[in-house]
Design a protein around this ligand. Structure first.
Ligand SMILES: C[S@@+](CC[C@H](N)C(=O)[O-])C[C@H]1O[C@@H](n2cnc3c(N)ncnc32)[C@H](O)[C@@H]1O
Length: 215
């Protein structure tokens, strides 16, 4: 048996260890064509499916939806197949966006970074997803404020969080501060679950749904 590290693991270690946004973008650009095969085949990644379940239960079909860090568009495809049509996405990587574009399910896709001011109006969306993106070496905790700005009061924000790293990444603090400031309320939290049961079964993730505003 060869001791070669599988491609999926090499790429995953590279993105979580990226030292700058430019480096991260370049790695995702290179990985984009094989990302889905690695994410689903090797890691058994379930982020989009777990998010879809929340959308189908909590978000009406005519909602204006933002997919923040849309990647190859797996969530967009699932939402489209479930009957959602008003889908907008953005991502740091043009390579990942090209994959998403090829699915033909998003009304618009943009090359933008969470952590900077997003090119959307206040209250532009009824529901926002940020799955697998608000994490180590990816989008910073401050990015959450922009998700709140572009999601209307009463709208929902669905996040996946890595419970093993979100304290060190400052994400837990940001979430708690926004709760204390009554910027959003927690609607539901999944509790610890395995989002990558095949390739990373020891990692603890959680899917949380927040409602924008004080109640
Ligand atoms: C693990 S993938 C998840 C993609 C998709 N959300 C999914 O669940 O299949 C992370 C994605 O976040 C993007 N990303 C990383 N940092 C970002 C940032 N600051 N702003 C926007 N996208 C970012 C990457 O380019 C990549 O497409």
């Amino acid at each position: 048996m060869s001791g070669k590290t599988p491609r999926a693991r090499v790429n995953a270690e590279a993105v979580y260890g990226a030292r700058s946004r430019d480096e991260l973008e370049a790695i995702y650009d290179r990985w984009a064509g094989e990302y889905d095969e690695d994410a689903t085949g090797y890691f058994g990644y379930l982020g989009p499916e777990l998010a879809l379940e929340r959308f189908e239960r909590l978000v009406p079909k005519d909602a204006r939806i933002l997919d923040a860090g849309a990647g190859t568009g797996r969530l967009g495809k699932l939402l489209f197949d479930a009957g959602y049509r008003d889908l907008t996405g953005f991502d740091l990587s043009r390579g990942m966006l090209a994959q998403a574009e090829s699915l033909g399910v998003y009304r618009a896709l943009h090359h933008m970074a969470l952590g900077e001011t997003l090119g959307y109006a206040d209250d532009a969306f009824d529901a926002t997803a940020c799955i697998g993106t608000l994490t180590t070496g990816h989008a910073p905790a401050e990015g959450i404020d922009e998700l709140l700005r572009v999601t209307r009061g009463g709208g929902l924000i669905v996040l996946s969080l890595n419970l093993d790293t979100y304290t060190a990444d400052g994400i837990k603090d940001r979430i708690d501060r926004l709760l204390a400031d009554r910027q959003w309320v927690l609607v539901e939290a999944s509790g610890s679950l395995r989002i990558m049961p095949r390739g990373a079964p020891d990692m603890n993730h959680e899917i949380r749904v927040f409602r924008v505003g004080a109640e």
